[in-house]
Design a protein around this ligand. Structure first.
Ligand code: 5GP
Ligand code: MG
Length: 445
């Protein structure tokens, strides 16, 4: 779970500003650390730290990051522990100077590759799989950066969307299955690469297209060059991007995240109807599906939970009783719309079931006469090894429990999930094109 960006803006000494705004637009993709590496006349400098983008950077720091090429990163750790050295971009030395790299995804053979490299005398300064990629590219470099990247893609296994900054190039890479998203946009005098199209909107870039699975895109003073290096693998974009992770105003591989979720809600209403007075959402992630559910079922949508936007990652929970209040601090029922009502509560997913249980209880406390939980995705039954922070299988409530057991645990009057066929139909798929490992255990790699 990370967001990456790359900016190439000829003649603009403030590429860092565009990277900054792109990262703010993708803050939802990672809240642990943020960083920007900038190229100023061939010299790469990097600034990164723990915290939100607007905590890590201020005007003074951005003012120091001058240059016309930049890459950036927001991180939510999946591989490698959460501390400052593991923040990205990662900068490594190679024959032409420095090379900076931002990575979204997760390698499944990073430990093996790392120990092989260590046996060869390489010393690592982080515990991330990203440094393994950077080290391999640096090591494989024999005068042609694209060849070095190709050779690296031959050995790394897993999911990766990359933005790479060299002394004179910005490069974007997407793994052969296209598990993680990456889009290309046009600035007046340059290009933007970003995990999500909402970042392009934020910096006023024109969407050009998605980077293709297995593609290496090289941008430099001669323009843009594309190499379709791996083109024999089936596309397997992560379906959880569509279910939960990506912003609703983003478009990935031609699919609007908002439309996909609204469709999911509509199909859910047909698959799992309910008799109720109102449909509410668990904001913000459940809202598009709740609107779809309401429109399809004819049951009026209303706002049932108010989200406090200022509860951040850094909130300190001093005592157990305060911790119990945690959910209420973030989501408080709107009594006017709940009291005495039969409520359909729509959420995008149930992972551990702990949040859902607290919200159902809060709705009952607010006077709901019935709470019918509807989930716009199938049960999460398997862990993700490609970059989504799903917990161990022991913690996945859908892995070992029947739907009736889950219903009892969360305390709902009824519980209904969307089917796999339903979620695939919602994203316009006939069953191909997506990684659904977390929903059915079918791992593409
Ligand atoms: P649960 O009831 O499983 O504890 O929580 C369900 C909620 O978690 C849903 O509202 C869903 O949007 C959200 N969710 C799903 N996946 C993730 C994730 O990877 N990280 C976080 N922070 N929330 C998630
Ligand atoms: Mg949610």
């Amino acid at each position: 779970m990370c967001g990456i960006v790359g900016i190439y803006d000829r003649g603009n000494i403030n590429a860092a500003n565009a990277a900054y705004y792109s990262l703010v637009a993708m803050q939802h993709r990672g809240q642990e650390s943020a960083g920007i590496a900038i190229n100023n006349d061939g010299i790469i400098t990097c600034y990164k730290d723990m915290g939100f983008v607007n905590e890590v950077f201020d005007e003074r720091i951005l003012g120091l990051l001058k240059g016309d090429m930049a890459i950036g990163h927001v991180r939510y750790s999946t591989a490698g522990a959460s501390f400052a050295a593991n923040a990205q971009p990662i900068v490594v030395k190679y024959k032409n100077g420095n090379l900076a790299l931002s990575h979204n995804g997760s390698l499944i053979n990073a430990d093996l590759l790392r120990s092989q490299l260590e046996d060869d005398g390489m010393i690592f300064s982080t515990t991330t799989d990203t440094e393994v990629i950077a080290a391999l590219i640096a090591r494989n470099y024999k005068g042609d950066i694209v060849e070095a990247i190709k050779n690296t893609m031959e050995i790394i296994k897993g999911s990766y969307a990359l933005t790479i900054l060299t002394d004179n190039k910005l490069i974007g890479v997407r793994d052969g299955y296209g598990i993680r998203p990456l889009v290309l946009g046009k600035l007046e005098n340059g290009y933007v690469l970003a995990s999500e199209s909402c970042a392009l909107d934020t910096v006023g870039a024109q969407f050009i297209r998605d980077v293709r699975p297995g593609e290496i895109l090289v941008i430099d003073e001669t323009g843009m060059k594309s190499v379709d290096y791996i083109n024999n693998l089936p596309k397997k974009i992560c379906l959880f991007e569509h279910i939960y992770f990506a912003r609703p105003d983003s478009i990935i591989d031609g699919i609007s995240m908002y439309k996909a979720r609204e469709n999911a809600g509509r199909i859910l209403a047909k698959e799992q109807p309910a008799i109720a007075d109102t449909v509410i959402s668990v904001p913000d992630s459940g809202t598009p599906a709740a609107i779809g559910y309401a429109n399809e079922s004819g049951i009026p949508f209303s706002i049932g939970l108010i989200k406090n936007r200022y509860v951040g990652r850094t909130f300190i929970q001093p005592t157990q009783s305060m911790r119990e209040l945690g959910v209420k601090l973030k989501l408080n029922p709107l009594r006017d719309n709940i009291k005495g009502k039969r409520v359909v509560m729509v959420d995008d997913s149930i992972v551990r079931g702990t949040t859902s249980k607290k919200i159902v209880q809060a709705l009952r406390d607010a006077g709901a006469s019935e709470v019918h939980v509807r989930v716009s995705s199938p049960p999460v039954i398997s862990s993700c090894y490609y970059g989504i922070d799903t917990p161990n299988i022991e913690e996945l409530i859908g892995a070992k429990n029947t739907i009736e057991k889950v219903r009892q645990y969360i305390g709902a009057d009824s519980l209904g999930y969307l089917s796999i066929e339903g979620i695939l139909a919602a994203v316009g798929s006939k069953g191909e094109g997506f990684c659904t490992a977390c929903l059915n255990g079918e791992y593409p790699i």
